[in-house]
Design a protein around this ligand. Structure first.
Ligand SMILES: [Zn+2]
Length: 166
């Protein structure tokens, strides 16, 4: 099921939470729902619509202090679930590739880790892009909070909605 986008009281992006947490925020009256998803959850003989975007009723300080957390999910989001070598969409079976392979001292970082389809990942194997005759479509960088938020919103099809609201 989808995660829930949580906006601050001023409509800026705060973070995403899993749907259970999102639903709890709604039931506790902490947030108003801006958009519902399709899914429904059943609990205690009630049916609840799962929210997609919620907005906090009271203002809170930013959760991220200007940095997007480094993890697999966020790297995939940065790369828009697209193989950074061949450009194939790989929403269903994405892998992460270390540009300089781990076995050769490459780290898990924004600059050294990209989304890759299985085929490209296997082809590249334990080599660098130049050794394997492959090239990256763009230079991987650490996204800023606002870049990341814009991408998330785009991926979830909410850009129009947010532009109307802000
Ligand atoms: Zn590929």
């Amino acid at each position: 099921m989808n995660s829930v986008i949580v906006l601050n009281a001023d409509f800026t992006y705060l973070h995403t939470v899993n749907w259970q947490r999102g639903l709890r925020l709604v039931l506790k009256g902490k947030v108003e729902v801006l958009k519902y998803g399709r899914a429904v959850a059943a609990s205690f003989q009630h049916l609840y619509r799962i929210p997609l975007v919620v907005r906090l009723i009271t203002f809170v300080r930013r959760v991220y202090k200007g940095k997007v957390p480094l993890n697999k999910r966020n790297i995939l989001a940065r790369d828009e679930y697209t193989c950074q070598y061949c450009g194939a969409a790989c929403r269903h079976n994405p892998t992460l590739d270390h540009i300089l392979p781990k076995s050769r001292g490459g780290h898990f970082s924004w600059q050294n880790t990209v989304t890759s389809c299985k085929k490209c990942n296997q082809k590249k194997g334990n080599k660098t892009p130049s050794e394997s005759g492959m090239s990256l479509r763009k230079k991987p960088v650490q996204p800023t909070i606002s870049e990341f938020t814009a991408q998330k919103v785009k991926q979830m099809g909410l850009r129009d909605l947010l532009e109307d609201l802000v």
